[in-house]
Design a protein around this ligand. Sequence first.
Ligand code: TRP
Length: 329
Amino acid sequence: MEIVLSGIRPTGHLHLGNYFGALRNFTKMQHEHRCFFFIADLHALTTHPKSADFHDNVRNVLAEYLAAGLDPDVATIYVQSDVPEIAELYVLLNMLAYQGELERTASFKEKVRKQADNVNAGLLTYPVLMAADILIHRAGKVPVGKDQEQHLEMTRTFARRFNNLYGSEVFPEPAAFNFGGELIKIPGLDGSGKMGKSEGNGIFLIDDEKTVARKVMRAVTDSGPAHPHSEMSAPVRNIFTVLEVVASPDTVAHFRAQHDAGVIRYGDLKKQLAADIWRTIAPIHARIAEIKSDRDYLSRVTLHGAAKARESAQATLKEVKKAIGFKAF
Ligand code: TRP
């Protein structure tokens, strides 16, 4: 049984990309591994230092995780800031992280460009905090997208550096977890890249039936296949990619055949896609509202999650301090 860990910054609602790209897999993985799922609210402060919705954002993501099927009695689900041991390990790891390597991190360089007015030290040491998240539970597997690979590589570096410096074997080196070929990238329906919360092309788990339909009907297509057997254009291919995830194989085959015959009507395709997306997310959508309004339940879940996470974190921190040479007087 592997120790698997995943974190998400609470900066917006979860969309189909989050769900089909990760969350749906997590609901299965939680039964196969020892899983830690947490909401990285400290990381969010590096870019959103005083969001008025700070607490709401955490609550939204938590409710959406639970509604999608993460089970707090099976996995350890917690809020990062509820586990102070993470911040403590972060301080200790900061002593092993070099200015140069942090400045060379791609995500840092991007932030320097994007938020030049707030290049805070938290941004610079973002990878150290992420390493603390992972190493605090000595996780062996971390499901990450391409954009997080460098951070995971740095986590391995810090783990190795700690072990070498202190002649210890406290930290394993975490590897990327890819869902064995099941990794699905959900494209945006605006004809561009992947679905994202900031791209304005997201279909969210909290969207109602009408909103889903409106967004899907707006999806970019083309002027229709020029002739039978025309190659599919990129925006239309994106629509089919999403359809394949939510619709039955027969439905996909039907519309593929129509495209191939050059007689496809994109309006019909979109209607079908909207219906299938809604069918897929409707049960989750219903649970989100229910869970979000149940403050007692959310309170119980976070307290329970923090207790479990802290137990694991304290065990690691004890070893870490012993290796460094902290002793009681
Ligand atoms: N940096 C990750 C992201 O932006 C979020 C994150 C924080 C994370 N800590 C983590 C992911 C630990 C995996 C493991 O997507």
